[in-house]
Design a protein around this ligand. Structure first.
Ligand code: GLA
Length: 637
């Protein structure tokens, strides 16, 4: 069935049954063909331990089926019922400061809790048995936004699970002592039983302990997901499985997760008041296509208008919901879904918009919902085929975790650096894939590696091979500083990439703002080919050129005369190194040079603020300021 999926989270348990009949009528009017049911229904489905009440959900699913609406059925494990923690308070999560989080909100479970795991598994089994062959079932929706509120738990149960994870990884405590560098500050462990999660401590915690706890926490949540997947696979081997990702979400390494879903899906809530939003959501959409291995994905949640969780919640502008939805379609989405179908009248999200607003259907939001449904129905021919990117940016969760630790040379924010380099491509309507560190890059004409702080030998070898095979590579400052144990390799930074790039870094010189109210961080002028008139921001450093050309220099301050941008030619390949974050104009100029070298042209009619994208024979021209989109056959260019 090839039609673009359209719909959203449907929570009928919040409404009397008379409303369900009206829901079905309105869903048909809007062209809704897929709804996500049951995400937060555990307490309704199992009101008392072991006693299931499925009759209401039977009626919901039967009704949807009759109305021709398919179901993305949730496993309902995202928010355990109060009775569970009342009986087993040890299943509640604990923060690094030792605060236990209580029911009355959602997601209050320790990911390692055997109590939670056992009860969740039983519920999933019961749901799979009851609905596995229901004709409305199209997709399983495992849990919801894993780690969204509780990504790391520091309780005693988690401590035990962390130790088991460490034993599996290190084997002996001597090996852990080596990797963690415990000779520093008298941290040497005599046995695994002495190790704790990195709970609140007097000052900086052990960096390798911290990153191992990040890795463990991502793995532990993934383990929950996999346990549910195993149950669903056994019951319904042919029903595809998803869990909703959250774009660039730090706690979960989605490269590892993507291997365990049949369909990648994403939740996306860009701020309508933020002019960067179209570029930020494009970046998240490009990540989803990349996680899906270049295949289509599903926009599982977005808002029809305002959310309710920012300090001030701007509504979407007229036309913006359509523009942002079609942007997702153009970047590979096979479905456009929302949180949620009907705006709640009670609970913590009553001010979050819905497809059916509080004010009813005589509203601009509803009219836009109906129009979008009709328009998507006419775009079915794009389904199944995703557009291809020629540019890739390397994205690495280890680097994210390490770069943003305490006690680093400067407080750099990894997603901001990714975005800084994504932006010049977005402004030219060029799709970007995100690539996993160590992946084969030969499909790309240009690869950018922003601040890949942690580099394994495999990650370095992949970059080196890419250049030697004729690729064009741009590596930025703070790449390959640490090995996966977070140790420095002495002899000048950049590790084995020194060979590829032909440079070595002697010393960092980040640009520090004086600690005075309102003080702006300094910038440093740049000079040299293409970068004259631009400035270096955030970072400078002392770089030695061994076997490369210095293309641009720092022109001011203590680093004046030191290289800021270098290039090494290796056969057909080129390896660039940039020792700073050039300002926007500088990044734009550098990307223009790299694109010209790579022979990549900008789509006709594209300019900053006007995206022009092609997918499966359709051309989407999106004017983000005007919130308008022209969709036409690609051949009419
Ligand atoms: C997330 C959740 C939804 C809802 C929305 C509100 O995406 O999955 O249940 O809370 O946020 O924006």
């Amino acid at each position: 069935m090839s039609r673009i999926r359209y719909g959203g989270d449907y929570n009928p348990e919040q409404w009397p049954e008379e409303v369900w009949a009206e829901d079905r009528v309105l869903m048909r009017r809007a062209g809704v063909n897929l709804v996500t049911v049951g995400v937060f229904s555990w307490a309704e489905l199992e009101p008392r331990e072991g006693e299931y009440e499925f009759a209401w959900l039977d009626r919901v699913l039967d009704g949807l089926h009759e109305a021709g609406v398919r179901v993305d059925l949730a496993t309902a494990t995202a928010s355990p019922p109060p009775w569970l923690s009342a009986r087993h308070p040890e299943m509640l999560p604990v923060t690094a400061e030792g605060v236990r989080l209580h029911p009355g909100s959602r997601q209050q479970y320790c990911p390692s809790s055997p109590v939670y795991r056992e009860h969740a598994a039983r519920l999933v089994r019961a749901i799979a048995e009851r609905y596995g062959s229901h004709p409305a079932l199209e997709l399983w929706h495992v849990n919801n936004e894993y780690g969204c509120h509780v990504s790391h738990c520091y309780c005693d149960v988690s401590a035990e699970a962390f130790r088991r994870w460490l034993v599996r990884g290190y084997g002996t405590v001597e090996e852990l002592n080596r990797a963690w560098g415990t000779a520093f500050w008298s941290q040497r462990y005599g046995g695994f039983e002495e190790v704790w999660p990195p709970r609140a401590a007097p000052t900086f915690r052990n960096p390798t302990q911290l990153i191992d706890f990040d890795r463990f926490s991502s793995d532990e949540l993934l383990d929950l997901h996999r346990a549910e997947v195993a149950i669903l696979r056994e019951a319904t081997p042919d029903v595809p499985i998803t869990t909703n990702f959250m774009g660039f979400f730090k706690p979960t390494d989605y490269w590892r997760w993507a291997e365990h879903v049949d369909l990648v899906s994403n939740d996306s809530y860009p701020d309508p008041a933020d002019p960067r939003s179209p570029a930020l959501s494009a970046m998240s959409q490009d990540l989803m296509r990349s996680l899906a291995g270049g295949r289509p994905w599903l926009l599982m949640e977005q808002a029809s208008s305002a959310v309710n969780w920012r300090a001030v919640n701007a509504p979407k502008r007229p036309g913006q919901m359509r523009a942002w939805s079609l942007q997702a379609v153009a970047r590979g989405a096979d479905g456009i879904l929302f949180f949620q179908w009907r705006q709640s009248v009670a609970g913590a999200e009553k001010f979050h918009s819905g497809l059916v607003p509080h004010a009813g259907t005589d509203t601009r939001v509803w009219r836009e919902v109906e129009a979008l449904g009709a328009e998507l129905a006419g775009l079915s021919d794009v389904v199944g085929e995703a557009p291809r990117a020629r540019v890739a940016i390397v994205l690495d969760w280890d680097s994210w975790w390490a770069l943003e630790q305490e006690a680093t040379p400067a407080s750099l924010l990894y997603p901001n650096l990714l975005f800084a380099w994504y932006r010049p491509f977005f402004d030219r309507s060029l799709l970007v894939d995100f690539a996993r560190a160590g992946a084969d890059l030969s499909a790309y004409d240009l690869v950018v590696v922003p601040a890949m702080h942690v580099a394994s030998p495999a990650a370095i070898a992949a970059l080196d091979a890419y250049v030697r095979q004729g690729g064009r590579l741009l590596v930025t400052f703070q790449t390959a500083i640490l090995d996966p144990d977070l140790h420095v390799q002495p002899g000048g930074y950049l590790g084995a990439l020194r060979e590829t790039l032909g440079v070595r870094v002697e010393e960092f010189a980040p640009l520090a703002a004086p600690e005075l109210p309102g003080a702006e961080p300094p910038v440093v002028a740049l000079a040299g080919s293409g970068l004259d008139g631009s400035t270096a921001t955030q970072w400078t450093e002392y770089v030695h050129v061994a076997d490369a050309e210095a293309v641009a220099m720092f022109a001011e301050g203590d680093v004046a005369g030191w290289p800021a941008l270098t290039r090494r030619t290796l056969g057909e390949g080129k390896a660039w190194y940039v020792a700073t974050l050039p300002d926007e104009a500088g990044r734009d100029a550098l990307v223009a040079t790299l694109l010209a070298e790579a022979g990549i042209e900008v789509a006709r009619g594209a300019r900053p603020g006007r995206e022009v994208l092609e997918r499966a024979g359709r051309r989407f021209a999106i004017d983000h300021a005007a919130c308008t989109v022209e969709v036409e056959p690609a051949s009419r260019r």
